[in-house]
Design a binder for this molecule. Structure first.
Ligand code: M6R
Length: 608
C-alpha cells in the first residue's frame, strides 16, 4: 500500500530516494517524507512533487530512507507522514503495514513518560525501538527487541544518527527487497525504484531482518536469531517497461499491451497436437491436482471477477465443482469438505493483497492444496502457495486492473483446458479451443484498433450519473468487471448484474436515458440477453451493446454497438472486456480525472 525506499553507499542518496518515491507513487499517495543522514527530515502532505519541491538542493548525504504514505491511522497530514522519530531523537523509522496492538503499546509508552506527536501506529513503533536503543546496543538489536512486542504486519526501514551509515530493515507481511548496486545497497518495497540502478535483488521473507552498510549486508531471522544466506535473483523487468511509453496514462498503455500480454501468457503453454495445455509451475503438484474433487477460487476486486470467469470455464470443461469467494469473506468462513480433495486457487496481480494472503494461509492450515495465479514473481502469495502459475503480464502501474485481469482470465482458461482434457473434455473440443486461443491476440488487436469509435461513444455518455452492466454466463463476470472499471476511475455509480436478474429489481431503475451496457455476443444465450435489452428499450432506457462482428440485428435495439471478433464462446470474455476497459478510460478522461491514481485507491491493498 505505502512505499519504502532506502540507500546506503558512496553516492548522494537524495536523487534515488526522490525518484524511488515517484516510481512507487502508485502504491500510496497522500503524503511522503525523506530522511538523509547529516541533513535530517523533510515531510509533506500531498504528492511527491510537493516533497521534492520542499527538499533543499543542499540536501545531500550517502545514507537515507524515504516513504510514501496511504493513510491507515490518522489523516494524511505532514505530522502523520513518515519517517517518525523516537523520544531521544536518534532514530528515524518508516513503515508499511499495520501495528495491530498499537493502542496498547502507546498506552504503555505513555505511562512510562513518552509523548507522541502523530496519530500513527508507526510512531509507536519508532518510540518502541528507541526505548530499547540503549547506549551499549546496536540498532539491529533494538529493532529485534521491539519487533517481539509487536502484533501486526510491517515492512520497516530504520536509521540512527548514532550509526549514521546503517539501515536496518525487517519484514512481516509487507514486501521488501534489497538491490545490490555497484555503489552501495538499495532497499525498496517494490522492484520499480531499483530497476534503473540494478537488476540483482534479494527478496526478504517474513521474519527476516537485514542490516545494510555501504560495503556489506547481512540478513538474519529476527524470530529465530540465525544468520541467513539468500540467493541473489535477477529481475527480468527493465526500467523502460515501467514507464508510459508515450501514452498519456499507464492505464491506456497497459490496455494497448494486452495483445502482447495474451501472447506472453500463452507462450509455451498450448499443446497444439493434443488440444490441451501445460502450466509451468504445476509440475510438483500434478498428482494431487488429478485427485481434486472441488476447487475454491479466491481474490479481491478484478481478481475475484477473473475467478468467476474461471468458475464457468472449469465447470464447463472439467466438470469439477468450483466455488468463488471474495477473500475478505472467505478468510472468515468455516472451511468444509475434504481438504485433501480440495484445491484453493488464489488469484492476485500483486501477490501481496492482505485478504487473499490470509485466505490462502487459512486454506493451507486446513490442509488444502494451494495454487496461485500471480503476476508479480517473488511476491508473498507466489512464495507461500504450494505452486504458482505466473501471468507474465509485466508490471501494471495503473491502479485499475486491465492487462492483469486479462492475463488472469487466460491462465484460468488454460487451467480449465488442462483439467478438462485430463477428465471429460473431448480432444476435438480441446483442439478447437487451442486453435481459437492461438488467434485471441490478433482478435484483441482488432478490438483495440477500434479505440477511436469506443472513445466517441464514451464521450457521449461521460455526463451520466449511473449505469447498469448486464450479461449472462461467461458475460456475467464481465459485466461485474466493466462496472467496477467505470466506477473506480470515472466515479460514476455502476453495478454489474446477471441479465436475468433485471426483472427481480434493477429494471425499476430504467427510465429515459438511464444507461445499460449489455454484454450480448452472439453466443448460446444471446436470445435471452436480447430479450432483456428489448425490455429496457421498451422503457426508454439507453443501451450500449457489446456484441460479435456481423450481428447487425442488435443495432435495432441498442443506441450504440461496440463489436468484437467472433471466437469460441468460452473465450469471448477476453474480448468483450476490452471495449469496457476503453469505455471506462475515455469516460474518465472526458471527465478530466486522475486515471492512473483514482481517489481513495491504491494499487496493492496490503492491509485488511
Ligand atoms: O493485486 P490483486 O490482484 O490482488 O488486487 C486485487 C484488487 O485490489 C484489484 O483487482 C482492484 O480491484 C483493482 N483496482 C481493480 O481494477
Amino acid at each position: 500500500m505505502c512505499g519504502i525506499v532506502g540507500y546506503t553507499g558512496t553516492k548522494n542518496a537524495t536523487p534515488f530516494l526522490i525518484e524511488g518515491l515517484r516510481a512507487l507513487e502508485y502504491r500510496g499517495y497522500d503524503s511522503a517524507g525523506i530522511y538523509v543522514a547529516g541533513q535530517g527530515v523533510v515531510r509533506r502532505a500531498g504528492k511527491i512533487d510537493m516533497l521534492a519541491a520542499a527538499v533543499p538542493a543542499t540536501f545531500s548525504g550517502t545514507t537515507g530512507i524515504a516513504h510514501t504514505r496511504w493513510a491507515t491511522h490518522g489523516p494524511p497530514t505532514e505530522t502523520n507522514a513518515h519517517p517518525h522519530q523516537d523520544s531521544s531523537e536518534t532514530i528515524w523509522l518508516v513503515h508499511n503495514g499495520i501495528i495491530e496492538n498499537h493502542a496498547e503499546l502507546r498506552q504503555k509508552l505513555v505511562s512510562e513518560g513518552t509523548s507522541f506527536t502523530s496519530e500513527t501506529d508507526t510512531e509507536v513503533l519508532a518510540k518502541l525501538v528507541g526505548s530499547y536503543y540503549l547506549t551499549d546496543t546496536v540498532l539491529e538489536e533494538a529493532v529485534e527487541r521491539a519487533l517481539v512486542d509487536v502484533r501486526g504486519t510491517y515492512g520497516i526501514a530504520v536509521v540512527s544518527t548514532r550509526e549514521s551509515k546503517k539501515i536496518v530493515t525487517a519484514r512481516l507481511g509487507s514486501p521488501l527487497l534489497l538491490g545490490m548496486g555497484s555503489d552501495g545497497y538499495y532497499l525498496a518495497s517494490d522492484a520499480a525504484p531499483v530497476l534503473p540502478y540494478t537488476r540483482q535483488v534479494i527478496y526478504l521473507d517474513d521474519g527476516e531482518l537485514a542490516v545494510l552498510m555501504p560495503d556489506s549486508y547481512a540478513i538474519r531471522s529476527h524470530t529465530l536469531k540465525t544468520v541467513i544466506q539468500k540467493p541473489i535473483q535477477m529481475l527480468d523487468w527493465d526500467a523502460e517497461s515501467a514507464k508510459k511509453k508515450g501514452y498519456e496514462h499507464f492505464m491506456l498503455k497497459e490496455i494497448m499491451e494486452i495483445p502482447e500480454v495474451i501472447e506472453n501468457t500463452l507462450r509455451g503453454r498450448l499443446l497444439v497436437e493434443e488440444g490441451s495445455a501445460t502450466l509451468d509451475g504445476l509440475e510438483k503438484v500434478e498428482q494431487r491436482l488429478k485427485e481434486v474433487e472441488r476447487i475454491i477460487v479466491t481474490g479481491c476486486g478484478s481478481a475475484y471477477y477473473a475467478g468467476l470467469v474461471g468458475q464457468e470455464l472449469i465447470e464447463e470443461f472439467a466438470g469439477i465443482p468450483v466455488e468463488v469467494e471474495i477473500a475478505s469473506e472467505l478468510r472468515y468462513r468455516r472451511f468444509t469438505g475434504d481438504p485433501k480433495r480440495t484445491v484453493l486457487i488464489a488469484v492476485s496481480q500483486s501477490g501481496e493483497t492482505a485478504d487473499t494472503l490470509e485466505a490462502l494461509r487459512i486454506a493451507k492450515k486446513n490442509g488444502m492444496l494451494t495454487l496461485g495465479v500471480i503476476n508479480v514473481v517473488g511476491s508473498t502469495i507466489a512464495r507461500e502457495t504450494d505452486a504458482t502459475v505466473h501471468n507474465h503480464a509485466g508490471p501494471e502501474i495503473g491502479v485499475a486492473s486491465t492487462k492483469a485481469f486479462i492475463s488472469q482470465v487466460i491462465v484460468l482458461t488454460l487451467l480449465a483446458l488442462k483439467l478438462g482434457r485430463e477428465r471429460s473434455l473431448s480432444k476435438k473440443e480441446g483442439l478447437r479451443l487451442v486453435q481459437d486461443l492461438s488467434q485471441l491476440s490478433t482478435h484483441a488487436k482488432t478490438v483495440l484498433q477500434r479505440a477511436d469509435a469506443i472513445a466517441d461513444v464514451a464521450k457521449k455518455y461521460a455526463h451520466i450519473a449511473n449505469a447498469l452492466y448486464i450479461g449472462r454466463k461467461y458475460q456475467c463476470p464481465v459485466a461485474y468487471e466493466g462496472a467496477l472499471k467505470l466506477k473506480e476511475i470515472s466515479y460514476i455509480h455502476a453495478e454489474g448484474y446477471g441479465a436475468g436478474e433485471m426483472k427481480h429489481g434493477p429494471i425499476a431503475l430504467i427510465e429515459q436515458d438511464f444507461l445499460t451496457v449489455a454484454l450480448a455476443p452472439k453466443d448460446s444465450l444471446y436470445e435471452k440477453t436480447r430479450s432483456n435489452m428489448e425490455e429496457i428499450r421498451a422503457r426508454s432506457g439507453s443501451i450500449v451493446a457489446v456484441t460479435t462482428d456481423g450481428n447487425t440485428d442488435i443495432t435495432r435495439i441498442a443506441d450504440e454497438v461496440l463489436f468484437v471478433p467472433e471466437t469460441h464462446e468460452a473465450l469471448i470474455p477476453t474480448l468483450t472486456t476490452l471495449p469496457l476497459q476503453l469505455f471506462a478510460y475515455y469516460v474518465a478522461k472526458a471527465r478530466g480525472l486522475p486515471i492512473d491514481q483514482p481517489r481513495n485507491l491504491a494499487k496493492a491493498v496490503t492491509v485488511e
